[in-house]
Write a protein that binds this ligand. Structure first.
Ligand SMILES: NC(=O)c1ccc[n+]([C@@H]2O[C@H](COP(=O)([O-])OP(=O)(O)OC[C@H]3O[C@@H](n4cnc5c(N)ncnc54)[C@H](O)[C@@H]3O)[C@@H](O)[C@H]2O)c1
Length: 345
């Protein structure tokens, strides 16, 4: 690959940001796909892309890109990923990789069969504090790892607009399940979970899960989509068109030490006519007119993996599959009220 060519499938909120970041990272956008024709036309003009289609397969027949970036609704990830891999493309797929362990392994197997790479978009792995914590754990800074505590709360307004498009475990908890896997680096062997706040909705807005890894490390994963509109915004005015707040924390507990990190940085506090903001500076901050932070690092990593310039060691597809299996077990435990062992190969 000299200048890698990229098709983005799904150009909603996050797909539009991906289109921008992949171009800023040196790729050439050669096609966009979305079933929403009005949105597709708007995005094609904004990103100056000539080739568009409502479906991926016909576009891939016309344009033969190196990479397909999937940023569509969660349920469509598996079909789009398999189509792209079978066409010989590398795939970047937003979280969650898939909505079942069977589908996740199908993506991994298809990639292996076609000798292509898959990078799942677990952005939290790519923030600087998480990279430092992972290196610290691997270097023995906290001694024997015992437990993890992870919490991620989202704006109530997001729940009301799209929060139960899929079960919130696949939207919010999957980030923290994956982070825990990135620290422990074994599969999860058992989960038990409880939920609340469901009144009248298709899915709960509060989830608490306890995970036990193969090596005995435990992790609590909690998520509540209850942050009120009065809370200081963390994403307002950023390059993603999604006003609201993420409030979260990660703790790593070892026999010889602990790490604690807020998930979105509150180092900057703004009191202005727009209200109180604590803008996130870690996920996708604008720096010198381009998007930086974890999203830029993640895209740079994926481009290097796709070009064969580095091993897929930071986000192996196998670990994304473990995360899907654990999330699936959390959903099942919420349904049955019982402990569940995640599916294995
Ligand atoms: N990593 C993160 O921090 C982060 C943040 C936001 C969203 N996401 C993920 O990005 C994905 C998209 O989320 P969003 O908030 O942009 O949603 P969105 O609803 O704004 O956009 C989804 C788009 O996908 C399109 N689409 C649906 N089916 C399709 C198909 N078969 N082929 C192509 N396009 C299709 C829809 O028409 C829509 O335009 C989800 O997987 C979500 O979990 C990740």
């Amino acid at each position: 690959m000299t200048v890698p060519t990229v098709v983005v499938a799904g150009v909603g909120r996050f797909g539009a940001l991906h289109a921008r970041v992949w171009a800023e990272a040196g790729a050439r956008l050669v096609g966009l796909v979305d079933p929403d024709t009005a949105r597709l036309t708007e995005m094609a003009q904004a990103h100056r892309v000539d080739e568009t289609d409502n479906a991926l397969a016909p576009l891939l027949d016309r344009v033969r890109p190196d990479v397909v970036v999937i940023a569509s609704d969660e349920a469509s990830h598996v079909g789009l990923a398999v189509t792209a891999l079978e066409s010989g493309c590398h795939v970047f797929v937003e979280k969650p990789l898939a909505l079942s362990s069977t589908d996740a392994w199908r993506i991994a197997d298809t990639a292996a069969a076609h000798r292509r790479q898959v990078v799942a978009g677990h952005i939290s792995r790519f923030t600087a504090p998480m990279a430092r914590m992972r290196a610290g754990i691997e270097g023995g800074a906290v001694g024997t790892l015992c437990a993890l505590r992870l919490r991620r709360d989202f704006s109530r307004a997001w729940y009301l607009s799209f929060g139960d498009r899929v079960h919130p475990v696949w939207e919010s908890c999957i980030h923290d399940i994956d982070l825990a896997i990135s620290f422990v680096r074994t599969p999860v062997r058992r989960v038990v979970a409880m939920c609340s706040g469901a009144a009248g909705a298709a899915a709960p807005s509060v989830v608490s899960a306890l995970l036990e890894f193969d090596n005995g490390v435990t992790a609590t994963v909690e998520s509540a989509w209850l942050v009120p509109a009065t809370a200081p915004g963390t994403l307002d005015d950023g390059p993603l068109t999604l006003d609201g707040a993420i409030v979260g924390e990660v703790e790593v507990l070892g026999l010889a030490g602990m790490f604690k990190q807020r998930l979105v940085s509150d180092a900057l506090v703004e009191w202005t006519g727009a209200g109180v903001q604590v803008p996130d500076m870690s996920l996708w901050p604008e720096e010198d007119g381009v998007v930086g932070g974890a999203l830029r690092r993640e895209v740079g990593y994926a481009l290097a993996v796709f070009a064969g310039r580095r091993d897929p060691d930071l986000m192996p597809v196998e670990e994304a599959c473990w995360g899907v299996a654990a999330a699936e077990a959390v959903v099942e435990s919420l349904r049955t009220g019982l402990p569940v062992e995640p599916a294995r190969r």
